[in-house]
Every structure is written in structure tokens, then in C-alpha cells.
Ligand binder design. Sequence first.
Ligand SMILES: [Zn+2]
Length: 172
Amino acid sequence: MTDVRHIAEDEAQLYLEGAIEPSEAERIDGHLAGCTACQALVASFESLSEALSGLPLADPPPDFTSAVMARIDERELARASERLIAFGVLATVCVSLVVALSLAGQAAWAPALSAVSSAGVRALQAFRITSDVLSPVVSALRVEIIVVAAVVGIPLTIALSRLATPRQGQVA
Ligand SMILES: [Zn+2]
């Protein structure tokens, strides 16, 4: 009885190269005996392989490797100089900023600094008001909050640990 599974293209190539397990080669032999479609596939790979083996091998020019290495060196040099230019621009901007601020004097940047700090103070006050309002609510709903945290947190923890486990398996 012939095997009903047809031969895949990669299987046919490995079969012709002899790079296949003996048991698999036996299965393919058995299938080929009764399947004209797979006989045609194997024959087409056989004739392709014969045609390719008749072609002369192309020799690369003698300076091929050194030319490729020279191009790689050129690109690395270009990248290094780009990084140097970017760093120079960044350093120039930083130095100009420091010089401009010190030339302008304290009068110029003190208002900006105090605006930033007063915004921080306002944010802190808003946080205190919010926590004053929230703390009675939190203490009243303590049990409910613990239950909700457990209901949401436990499945989330399990899901995250399952996500992390295959990575540990891959490393080992
Ligand atoms: Zn077949």
C-alpha cells in the first residue's frame, strides 16, 4: 500500500541529495512507486540539479574581499563622524544655553524658575486636597477595595507569571 502523503519540494531535494533518514527514504521510495505526480516532482528536481551541475563556477575578482572590507570600513568611518557631529551639536547647544543664562543674569531666569516651582507647589496642594477627600472614602470602602484588588490582581499576577515562564524555559 502506498503512503497517501505527497512528497514536499524540500523533501524531494533532500531525497535526491541523500540527506534524509533511511526510514524517510524508504517511505518516499514506497510513495514514488505509486504516485506519478511525485515522480514528476522528483524528476524535475533531478533534471534541475543536473543542469546546475553543468554550469561553470564563477570566480570572484581577486580584490573582491578587500574591496568589500574597504566599503565596510568607509561606512563605519562615516557613522563614527556622524556620531561625533551629533555630539558636537549637542555640546554646543548645552554650552550656549549655560553661557546665555549666565550672561542674562539671575533676573532673566529667576522668574521662570519660580513659575516652575509654584506650579509644583500647586500640584502638591491639589494632591493634599485629593487625599483629604479620598481618605474617608477609602476607609469606608476598605473591604470592597481589598476584594476588587484581589479579583483584579490575582489573575493579572497569574497571567504575568505565565508570560514570564516560557522565557525562562528558552534560556535553560
Ligand atoms: Zn505523491
